[in-house]
Design a protein around this ligand. Structure first.
Ligand code: SF4
Ligand code: SF4
Length: 271
């Protein structure tokens, strides 16, 4: 039973702890982690910056400070080499909302009613591209201006305002309109991290010999298209769209899915 929720408990603990640390930094001057998800300071001297926010600033014409660039480098290298798209399932507060929506959809069988998704998951890459074009022409960070992630994060740390609206809209949209609608189809930050995650070292591995084709993993996966190899062949999930949430590992009763360190040499024409 505990094994079934091990990673979920770890993810929620990290998400809540980070929010608490940001709150403590703002409310009580606690210096462990200060700032916000776009730009923070760890231990009072290590800058951490959201590379997508920085990219928008850059195309909008801003001159980036050296601290910000170092922060961008740290975060980009961390997720590109180890973390993959883990920001989405281990850090971002919106993930709690989309997971809740997804859970209710499964519980009430909504997924069986709406079998065909009415929108492509590639829409998010278009939104990402569009946000950069808009940033260029408007001279400001276009997505940061309307980002529900910032609204919710600011809300949790500084007091809710628009944050409530963002939570309700994403929850209802994911529940009634589109499965994993925001995170899996629209969010440009998730799209950015998907591209960045392509070569990260930690991946989920599938062992077809152990698989009994129960398909529980595909049922819970927020990006089920990345699990195309289930019950077909043994191969790791190489797509950067995998959020490393580990739900597939937790629900697999056959031990057919596990985290692994990537073996680049053994990969031949895998996507
Ligand atoms: S897709 Fe966007 S909103 Fe969803 S978890 Fe990732 S960064 Fe957060
Ligand atoms: S493949 Fe597994 S770890 Fe990756 S997103 Fe899906 S459920 Fe999460």
């Amino acid at each position: 039973m505990i094994r079934k929720y091990k990673y979920l408990v770890l993810r929620r603990s990290l998400q809540v702890s980070l929010m608490f640390l940001y709150f403590a930094g703002n409310a009580w001057g606690f210096t462990f982690l200060q700032g916000n998800l776009s730009s923070s300071l760890l231990l009072g001297f290590i800058p951490l910056s959201d590379p997508y926010a920085a990219l928008q600033m850059l195309v909008a014409g801003a001159v980036l400070s050296s601290d910000l660039l170092i922060g961008v480098l740290i975060i980009t290298l961390f997720y590109a080499s180890i973390g993959g798209r883990a920001f989405c399932s281990w850090v971002c507060p919106i993930n709690i909302i989309s997971d809740a929506s997804n859970y209710i959809r499964r519980k009430f069988g909504f997924n069986k009613i709406q079998k065909k998704q009415p929108a492509s998951r590639n829409l998010r890459y278009f939104v990402l591209f569009l946000s950069l074009i808009l940033s260029y022409f408007l001279g400001l960070s276009a997505f940061e201006f309307i980002s529900p992630i910032s609204m919710v994060h600011r809300g949790l740390v500084f007091g809710m305002g628009f944050g409530y609206g963002a939570i309700v809209i994403i929850f209802l949209f994911d529940l009634f309109v589109l499965k994993n609608g925001w995170c899996g189809h629209i969010c440009p930050l998730g799209a950015f991290y998907s591209l960045n995650a392509k070569f990260s070292l930690i991946k989920v591995d599938h062992d077809v010999q152990k698989c009994t084709a129960c398909m529980e993993c595909k049922e819970v996966c927020p990006e089920s298209q990345v699990l195309f190899m289930i019950n077909k062949e043994s191969k790791p999930v190489l797509s950067g769209e995998c959020t490393s949430c580990a739900r597939c590992i937790e629900v697999c009763n056959d031990d057919a899915l596990n985290f692994t360190i990537r073996n680049f040499k053994g990969e031949k024409n895998e996507t």
